[in-house]
Structures are given as C-alpha cells and as structure tokens.
Design a protein around this ligand. Structure first.
Ligand code: GLN
Length: 487
C-alpha cells in the first residue's frame, strides 16, 4: 500500500480499520528513508527496534510513525541536539510531551537532524548531517527544525515534532510547504527537551494538514506538575470547529509594520492574494499598527542569548558529555578545550553575548531594558486583540535562500526572523497555512512556497484551527508536493 499523499489522520484510520498494519506503515516509511536519505540528509538515528514492541490497534495514534527532532529526550535513545557535545548521549528520561505521545501509542521511528542546539535558521550548522530543501536541493529547508520539515515534505514521515524559540518550526515548515502550529507558551512542557532559551522555547508540530496539527495538539497539551509554567488541565478540541466553511464574523487584521520595505516583492504579492482569499470567505480585513514591532529583533537577540548562556553552561564535560583528547592542567583549561572543540561558532557567539548582557555592569542597559520592551510588545498585541479575533502576516520576508548564502552573515540571518519573533516574545499561539508559491529573487527564479502566519490571543488555539481550516479547505495549496520523491 502507498501511504504517500495520506495525512496522519488517514493513516491512523487505515490501521484501525485493518486495511493495513502498523508494521506495513513503519516499513513503508523506513524504506523511503533508506531510499532518499542520500538526497536530503535526514536522520541522526533510526529506531528499528520498534518493530519488536507489542501494541494495540485501538490506541489514539495506532503506532503511526512521527519524526522527532533530535532535541527531545527519549529514554535510552541517542539524543544529540546535532552537537558533538552530546554525541553519545542517551537520556535516562522521556520528555514530558514524548511521554504523552507514547501513552497515545506513537512510534518514534527516527531522530532527525537540526541546527546545533536549535540556534540558526538553515540546518547548515548540524555537527552531523545537514539537511536540504526537498523542493530545491540547492536551498535550505529552514531551521532549526529543518529536517523535521524536510522529512514531512519528502514524505519520509507523515508528521514531525519540532521546537520553536524565535521561528524554528514556523520558518522551516513554511519553506517546505507544511502546516506549522505552536500553542501558547503555557500549554507546553519543556521538561527534558534540551533548553535553548527557556522563556521562549516551545515544542510542537509540523504536519500536512490543520486537522493533524489539532490531533497532536490534543495529545501533547497537558499539565506537567514538574513544569512551573504549565497550565492546569488539558485543552480539548471542539469537533464543531471543523463544520464551519467560511469566516463570517471574523475580524482579521494585518499589521502594516510587517509589510515594509524588507518584505520581498513576490512574497508580498502572494500574501496579498491570500488576503483576498480570506475576504472571499467573508472575513473582515483591516490594517492595524503594532508600533513596537521594530524593536522585536533587538529585544530577542538580547533576551535569547542571555538565556542561552545560562542554559549551555551545563555542558562542561563534568556533568555532560564531550571530552577533548587535549592535555589540560586545570579545570578551566579542560572546560575551554571541550567547549572550543564541541561547540560551533554560533553557540560561542551567543554565550559570549549573553554573558555580556547579564554582567553586573551592563545588565540594566541591555537585559533589563530588553525585558521592559518585551512587556511593551506584549501590550501592543493585547491592545490589538481587544478589537480583533486574529492577526495575519507573512512568516518569512523571503522564500528559502541558497545553501551557504547567509552562513557568514549572522546579522542578515537574524533579520529574517522579523515576523515570527514578536509572537514568541508575547507567548502567542500561531499556525500557518499555504498561500501559494513565489519566485526566488535570484537568477534561478525558482518557485518556492510562501505561507500565511495566523496569530490569536493567548490560549485561543481553537480559533486558530478554525480560521486555518476554512482557508485550507477553500484552497488546495497544501496538496502541492516537491518533485523527485514519487516512489
Ligand atoms: N533564527 C532563530 C535563532 O537563531 C531561530 C531559533 C529557534 O527558533 N530555535 O535564534
């Protein structure tokens, strides 16, 4: 049986109705990984032992396979964060969200590669495999959850888990033509997911359809007593939201600051067409202003490295992994040798920057000020949401760029985060749906996916699903697939 072109939901229903078996599904995707891995550089580890586990067909996920970003700890399964620092690390625990998925019987077939420690945006910085974009293999798949995105786009997995700190689910999913979803910050437990910047990190999903995103949302969101930011209880998705065919009564606003000069012309045109489509669905569309947007990148690139420098301080070999062969005469020298060899330059850059903004002399000027501006950004959104149901914007100012194009220019790369970072700082939920394709602005003029970001107020995830589903049903953009992966 061919499982390509089926959503996660459809695969599960075929297993449950006994049209197929979980073993067949597993082997099908395993064969595809083996066939296409040399082309797209996919996984750090494949968990073939899974076939020996006894399961039951009535469970929610019926053992449908899901690709897991190599940042989620899975008990005794190598979890490396694509860094030499954790090359042989096998965690003694499951991440809380992995545990939730296990209770619903998912199968974690492979650990997929990512940007080292989830920093950067292109998947070029993994210490192991560097994934490419299945649409055009000379281009980046986005990052840091780049291979989570590429694996679903190339049909090597029906869905994938990723993490998003500033844009790491949203941008790769968009660059590979998938649905990304991230709930409000407080719906997630970060327990036993390698930390990047703890006040921003948000684990969630990359899927082919909005309904698949909702299915995994319902399983993964749950109170974690060991995570002090996790909300009590569980949010259950109301099945009535799938009945609505239009967007009558929805007020959707477009922030004018997101359409300024750095937005690529073709992406802009595509988003404007998507806005017309929303109008055809009877949504009321207006322009608003989010004046604090212009400070978001500066704020993020102070708060995030401050938290990175704290979180990465645990990787010193004494408590964690990598051990240099070089001789050393003091503990300081041992730390220096290990960190010099095992981290890539971006981790070092962020540790240095973070330590600087947290130092006693500069704390007030940088870190404290950034946290105050963060509050203003939150207030900006709160004010807008007093009048509207949702905000829409592009995800990325350009389509996927070429491999190596921005590797030596971190500033250029940071600027690409402009449309996703404000929502991360405010902890807002978001989803995106395909908005058709745009031409790259280089000589190749290659057609690449463009996606529409939808944001709602905190804890309004169901409204997101409702809007995204109506748009998805009214268009067929998500049904387009990259060439070269047809069996
Ligand atoms: N571009 C962002 C960064 O490098 C993305 C990181 C993320 O969301 N994990 O910080």
């Amino acid at each position: 049986m061919n499982f390509k072109d089926l959503s996660l939901e459809e695969i599960i229903s075929k297993i449950k109705s006994k049209e197929t078996t979980k073993e067949d599904v597993f082997k099908y995707f395993l064969d595809r990984i083996q066939k296409y891995d040399s082309k797209v550089q996919s996984y750090n580890f494949v968990n073939e032992n899974w076939l020996n586990i006894e399961t039951d067909n009535e469970s929610v996920l019926a053992w449908a396979p899901i690709a897991v970003k190599d940042i989620f700890c899975e008990k005794w399964i190598p979890t490396t964060c694509s860094s030499k620092m954790l090359e042989d690390f096998k965690p003694p625990f499951d991440a809380f969200v992995i545990n939730n998925l296990k209770e619903a019987w998912f199968s974690s077939l492979w650990k997929v590669t990512m940007d080292e420690f989830a920093m950067w945006s292109t998947n070029e910085t993994s210490a192991f495999k560097k994934a490419v974009n299945p649409w055009w293999t000379n281009r980046i798949p986005g990052g840091s959850s780049g291979w989570s995105a590429a694996s679903v786009a190339a049909w090597l997995a029906p869905a994938a888990l990723g993490t998003d700190t500033g844009w790491s689910i949203r941008q790769p999913a968009s660059m590979c033509n998938l649905v990304w979803f991230k709930p409000s910050y407080w719906r997630s437990s970060r327990n036993w997911i390698m930390a990047m910047a703890s006040s921003l990190d948000c684990p969630w999903t990359l899927t082919k359809t909005v309904k698949d995103a909702a299915l995994l949302y319902e399983i993964m969101n749950w109170n974690d007593p060991l995570e002090n930011t996790s909300l009590p209880g569980k949010d259950i998705v109301d099945p009535k939201i799938w009945e609505k065919k239009d967007l009558k009564w929805f007020k959707i606003w477009v922030p004018k600051e997101y359409f300024e000069e750095w937005l690529d012309l073709w992406v802009r045109k595509t988003i404007e067409e998507a806005i017309e489509k929303l109008k055809e669905l009877w949504a009321e569309i207006k322009e608003i202003s989010l004046p604090m947007t212009k400070y978001a990148i500066a704020t993020y690139y102070i708060i995030m490295p401050a938290e990175v420098s704290t979180n990465l301080s645990r990787y010193d070999w004494i408590r964690f992994w990598y051990n240099s062969d070089k001789n050393y005469e003091s503990t300081d020298e041992l730390f220096i040798n290990n960190r010099t060899e095992a981290f890539w330059k971006e981790q070092k850059r962020r540790i240095i920057l973070g330590s600087y903004v947290l130092s006693a002399w500069f704390y007030d000027a940088y870190y404290k000020k950034a946290t105050q501006v963060r509050t203003l950004i939150i207030k900006d959104f709160e004010k807008a949401f007093e009048e509207v149901d949702a905000i829409i914007s592009p995800v990325s100012p350009s389509v996927a760029w070429k491999i190596w194009e921005k590797i030596d220019d971190p500033l250029k790369m940071y600027l690409a985060d402009a449309y996703t970072i404000p929502a991360s700082l405010a902890g807002l939920p978001g989803i995106s749906v395909p908005a058709w394709f745009a031409e790259s602005q280089d000589q190749e003029k290659e057609l690449l996916p463009v996606w529409l970001q939808i944001l709602t107020p905190r804890l309004e995830e169901q409204r997101l699903f409702e809007i995204a589903y109506a748009f998805e049903q009214a268009t067929n953009y998500a049904k387009q697939n990259p060439k070269g992966f047809e069996d």
